[in-house]
Design a protein around this ligand. Structure first.
Ligand SMILES: Nc1ncnc2c1ncn2[C@@H]1O[C@H](COP(=O)(O)OP(=O)(O)OP(=O)(O)O)[C@@H](O)[C@H]1O
Ligand SMILES: [Mg+2]
Length: 139
C-alpha cells in the first residue's frame, strides 16, 4: 500500500475486505488510532474478507471476539478498556499464537509487553472531512 491512504467508509471497507481475502494464518495485525477513527470498521471488513463466522464473545470479558474462517480461528481483541497492560496477560494471546490463528488487535500498545509481535500494524486517524479517515501502515 502507499504510505498513507485517504479513505471514505466504502474505500476503507473495500481495503479491509481485500486484506482479509489475502490473509493467510498465522497472522497478527495491530490497529491503532484515536476513538472513532475506524479500527472496528476495518476489523469487521477484514472478517468479511476472511469469510469469518462469529463463534462467541465471552459475556464477562467482551474484549475478545472469536470467529472462524473455515478451519482457521480468528480473534478480534480490543485492548482499549484494559486498565493496565498486565490485564492483557489474561487475554489468551499465547494460546491464539499457539493455535496459529489470525489475530486482529485494537490498541495493541495498551497491552504493553503482553501484546504479541505484530506482522502488520495499521494506524487510522481523522481526515480533513468528516467522512474521511487516513490509513497508514506503521513500520
Ligand atoms: N471513512 C471512514 N472510514 C471508517 N469509518 C468512518 C469513515 N467515515 C465515518 N466513519 C464513521 O466513524 C466511525 C468509526 O467507528 P469505529 O467503531 O470503527 O472506530 P474505532 O476506531 O473502532 O473506535 P473505538 O476506539 O471507539 O473502538 C463509524 O461510526 C463510522 O460510520
Ligand atoms: Mg473499536
Amino acid at each position: 500500500m502507499r504510505r498513507t491512504m485517504r479513505l471514505r467508509a466504502n474505500d476503507l471497507n473495500r481495503f479491509g475486505e481485500e486484506l482479509g481475502r489475502d490473509l493467510a494464518a498465522p497472522a497478527v495485525i495491530g490497529l491503532s488510532g484515536e476513538l472513532g477513527s475506524g479500527k472496528t470498521t476495518l476489523v469487521q471488513a477484514i472478517c468479511r474478507g476472511l469469510g469469518a463466522r462469529v463463534l462467541a464473545t465471552s459475556p464477562t470479558y467482551a474484549l475478545v471476539h472469536h470467529y472462524e474462517a473455515g478451519a482457521t480461528p480468528v480473534y478480534h481483541v480490543d485492548c482499549y478498556r484494559l486498565k493496565a497492560a498486565d490485564e492483557a496477560r489474561d487475554l489468551g494471546f499465547e494460546d491464539m499464537i499457539r493455535e496459529r490463528a489470525i489475530v486482529l488487535v485494537e490498541w495493541p500498545e495498551r497491552a504493553g509487553a503482553w501484546a504479541p509481535p505484530l506482522d502488520r500494524h495499521f494506524r487510522l486517524s481523522y481526515g480533513d472531512e468528516a467522512d474521511i479517515r487516513v490509513l497508514e501502515e506503521v513500520r
